[in-house]
Structure formats: structure tokens, C-alpha cells
Design a protein around this ligand. Structure first.
Ligand SMILES: [Zn+2]
Length: 338
């Protein structure tokens, strides 16, 4: 079985930060087994079978097929106990993998199948962060979809209510090409006027137009944003507005945005001066860890220690953490160099 704790010789291997990590897409077989017991079910699948249920196949065709992989873990995230335990166990695993900070995102409206309210879901996730071995924050996702308006509004209001009490921001997730970004303006207007920070999945399945709207809404970070490389004018705007891209390389291969990581526009963004960060998106679905993402990029793009340090510092600066936590993280990374 794939050992997520595998640590390579990377100089900053114990200073990693993930800003784009979905709870449901990042549960290991071990976590699934533990939380299934909490809802009085015995998961009889072995590790191999569990991994097959959780991860996409090599020939995953699109973001829509990729999104189907969330149904299986989602089934186990419908009670307060399992949600708290999943967050807690995930943070322990991240700590073991060398992370020093993480922002975990999920859509509260996707966890109501057994009668929980969105607020109960959020409180359960906050509970799961208590006594965590590393600092962490929650990002609440709004969902793209036919009938999500009232649920989305509730999510934004919950983010406002629990801001700085575990919740740090909101996001917009789901099938980007089917449900265009411009349809969700109201929610981000609300977030802006109520000082709720936000990131938006944009420039993944949909391209330049989606990113343009996210910038217009005032997003300071873009979930992926990788297709910005298709327009120099857009890259210029991203740079001017100091917007950070949450890059998730393996995930982009899974959803066929790129066929080979050699095509990945990392160097384009770096030379353009756009702040980019490296993230996993969904560790289980993409069968990866943050260490693996860095290792792949180091291998292909021959990143120097200085460049790796800058990527990690970009994560600190773009994070939705408090100034105190940011200072702590920055010191850890800088202390690693000297
Ligand atoms: Zn994502």
C-alpha cells in the first residue's frame, strides 16, 4: 500500500503547507476504517480495495468523472462523530507527513444526508481541530449546482458566524464548466461586504472567463487558476492584483487539463512573477501527498532550494491564518534555511 508518511530528502520536507485540501477527497483507508466503526459499520474492504474505491483510475476522463469519487467517502461523513474524527485523524496524518499548517475545505451542505444541519456539520469539523498537532483552518465550500442558492447563502452566513473561530474563508466548488462562475456573484458580494475572505475554484475545468469573474469578485486566491497561462493579459491582472494560485499538479493530470507534468506552466508563472503555491487538492482521489507533489515538480523543473523556500513562503503569505500563526510559520521556514 502507498505509504503517505514517506519522506524524501527534500530540505523543506518538514515545513510543508497545504492551502487546497478537500476533506472528503483526502481520507486514507485507515481513516475510512476508523470512522466507519463510529457509525457502527464494519468496513470489510481491504486496503487495496479501499484505495480503489477512493482514487481515480489512470484513465479518468474529466473533472466530472473525478468528482464522482467523492460519493464513497461522503457516505461516512454524515454524523457529528465521524466528521470530527475525520478532521482530527487527517490533521494527525498531515503532521506525520511534515505539514506545519493546513486549510481543510468541505461543503457543509454535502453532509446533511442523515439529518445534520449545516451548522452542526461546521461545529463538528471545528471540534475535530481541537488538540490538533498543527495549526489549521477550515474553508467552507459553496457548491455549483442547479438548486444550491439557499444552501449556499446559509454556508456564507455560517462562515461569517464562525469566522476566526475555526473557519477562515469560503470557496466555490463543483462542476465549473457546467455551472459558470458568474452565476455566483451574489455570494461573493456578500462575502466582500462582510469581510469574509474567499478563494474560488476557477481556471480548472473552465478557462479564462471563469478566472476573470473570480478576479472581478475580488478573490485573493484562485483554486487552481492554472489555465491563466492561456492568456497573458489575464496573468498580468493576476500579478497586478497580487492574487495567489493554489496549484494542484497531479489533480490537473487526473482531470486531463494536462497530459504530462512536463507541460505544467509552473515556470511560466514563476517567471511572470505570479505568486503560486503547491497543494494536493485530494490526497486519496489523486493518490498523492504534498511531499510527492513537490518531489515531482523538483524533479521535472529542477527547482532550487531558494525557489522551494519561496513557494512555501507564498503559502504562508496567502494563507487565511491569523498574523500570529503566519509569523510562526514564516519563522519555521526561515529557520530551516539558516
Ligand atoms: Zn479543489
Amino acid at each position: 500500500m502507498f505509504d503517505r508518511r514517506e519522506v524524501t530528502g527534500m530540505k523543506y520536507g518538514n515545513c510543508l503547507i497545504d492551502l487546497h485540501l478537500h476533506l472528503d477527497g483526502s481520507l486514507s483507508p485507515d481513516i475510512i476504517r476508523k470512522i466507519s466503526r463510529l457509525q457502527n459499520e464494519t468496513c470489510t474492504l481491504n486496503d487495496q480495495e479501499l484505495e480503489e474505491r477512493l482514487m481515480v483510475s489512470e484513465d479518468c476522463k474529466s473533472l466530472d468523472e473525478y468528482l464522482e469519487k467523492f460519493e464513497f467517502p461522503g457516505y461516512y461523513l454524515q454524523t457529528k462523530e465521524t466528521i470530527s474524527a475525520a478532521v482530527s485523524l487527517l490533521l494527525e496524518e498531515l503532521h506525520e507527513q511534515g505539514l506545519i499548517y493546513a486549510e481543510i475545505r468541505f461543503a457543509p451542505q454535502k453532509h446533511k444526508e442523515r439529518g445534520l444541519t449545516q451548522e452542526e456539520v461546521v461545529l463538528a469539523a471545528i471540534e475535530g481541530m481541537k488538540n490538533a498537532p498543527i495549526p489549521a483552518s477550515l474553508i467552507l465550500c459553496l457548491m455549483r449546482g442547479d438548486d444550491t442558492s439557499s444552501e449556499n447563502l446559509e454556508t456564507v452566513r455560517l462562515a461569517e458566524k464562525y469566522l476566526h473561530k475555526g473557519v477562515a474563508a469560503i470557496d466555490l466548488a463543483g462542476a465549473e464548466a457546467l455551472y459558470k462562475t458568474h452565476l455566483y456573484k451574489t455570494f461573493f458580494d456578500y462575502a466582500s461586504s462582510h469581510e469574509i475572505p474567499f478563494t474560488i475554484h476557477a481556471g480548472e475545468a473552465d478557462g479564462v472567463e471563469s478566472i476573470s469573474y473570480a478576479l472581478l469578485f475580488g478573490a485573493k486566491r484562485l483554486g487552481h487558476g492554472v489555465r491563466a497561462y492561456e492568456s497573458e493579459a489575464l496573468m498580468k491582472s493576476i500579478k497586478e492584483q497580487n492574487v495567489t494560485l493554489e496549484l494542484c499538479p497531479t489533480s490537473n493530470l487526473n482531470t486531463q487539463i494536462f497530459i504530462d507534468l512536463k507541460e505544467y506552466p509552473l515556470r511560466t508563472f514563476l517567471s511572470f512573477g505570479i505568486p503560486v503555491t503547491i497543494n494536493t487538492d485530494n490526497m486519496s482521489v489523486s493518490h498523492t501527498t504534498l511531499q510527492k507533489e513537490y518531489d515531482k515538480l523538483i524533479d521535472i523543473f529542477h527547482l532550487t532550494d531558494e525557489e522551494i523556500k519561496q513557494l512555501l513562503l507564498n503559502s504562508v503569505h496567502a494563507s487565511f491564518a491569523s498574523p500570529e500563526v503566519k509569523a510562526l510559520l514564516e519563522n519555521k521556514i526561515k529557520g530551516r534555511i539558516d
